[in-house]
Design a protein around this ligand. Structure first.
Ligand SMILES: C[S@@+](CC[C@H](N)C(=O)[O-])C[C@H]1O[C@@H](n2cnc3c(N)ncnc32)[C@H](O)[C@@H]1O
Length: 238
């Protein structure tokens, strides 16, 4: 038998080998199952100048699965924008579930709000227009909130993630999930600094710092998933 090396017989690992493969995932597994209100919200967001900031629909599908797996009822969202991940969360939790959703600006949320209202899930959302850190600190002032949240999704200012983690680890219950978006930061975390666009450098530094910190944080189990722009899923273990 002809000898072949492992490299010759095994294709490179990793999901995103090509743009065509990504489109294949979206068209085969994601779009056909994407709820109508989310499709509509994605459509409205696509004409926004910052439309690329919306959570990727394939990452959203994973998030919806996680929300169901932990039977999430009480959640936190940091970084709402037009509300794709927020609406997805609202559609995934029970009717008496609650989302504390924080964003420094309400302007983009107003774009998605009519779709959220039409979907009949606005009553699950407590939108707070603020910097995230003081809100998380305020939540911690109430002892009842400690260890009471099932799920948190963080998709905001990258230089805030390390501080958010210290708060969220106390707010989320043992067995609960904290998911951080953009933990590959356009792939720049693995690029030599000199190749990185100037505008991406500050968040690249923060993301590298976060990734190193999470890698050694024994309070959580992690999975650094190469989906969307990278999502690090943390489960609090103690
Ligand atoms: C990438 S977008 C969020 C996208 C959203 N998850 C979605 O699915 O469309 C980031 C959002 O974080 C918000 N943001 C930035 N810094 C923040 C801060 N310090 N506190 C709260 N929100 C912040 C921005 O206003 C922006 O709407």
């Amino acid at each position: 038998m002809e000898h072949t090396t492992k490299e010759e017989t095994h294709p490179t690992k990793g999901i995103l080998q090509s743009e065509e493969l990504y489109q294949y995932i979206l068209e085969t597994s994601v779009y056909p199952r994407e709820p109508e209100p989310l499709k509509e919200l994605r459509g409205v967001t696509s004409s926004h100048p910052w439309g690329f900031m919306g959570t990727a629909p394939d990452a959203g599908q994973l998030m919806a699965m996680l929300l169901k797996l932990v039977k999430a009822k009480k959640t936190i969202e940091v970084g709402v924008f037009t509300g794709y991940s927020l609406l997805l969360t609202a559609l995934s939790i029970p009717d008496d579930g609650k989302i504390t959703a924080i964003d420094v600006s309400r302007k983009s949320y107003e774009i998605g709000l009519p779709i959220i209202k039409k979907a009949g899930v606005e009553h699950k959302i407590d939108f707070i227009e603020s910097q995230a850190l003081p809100v998380l600190d305020k939540l911690l002032e109430d002892n009842e909130n400690e260890g009471s949240f099932d799920f948190a999704f963080v998709d905001a200012d990258k230089d805030g993630y390390v501080s958010y983690h210290e708060r969220l680890i106390k707010l989320v219950k043992i067995g609960g999930i904290i998911a951080y978006d953009n933990t590959l930061w356009f792939g720049t975390v693995a690029m030599p600094e000199k190749m990185v666009l100037e505008e991406l450098k500050p968040a690249r530094e923060s993301t590298i710092e976060l990734n190193k910190m999470l890698a050694v944080d024994s309070r959580v189990m992690i999975s650094h998933a190469s989906i969307g722009d990278g999502i690090t899923i943390c489960m609090r273990v103690h």
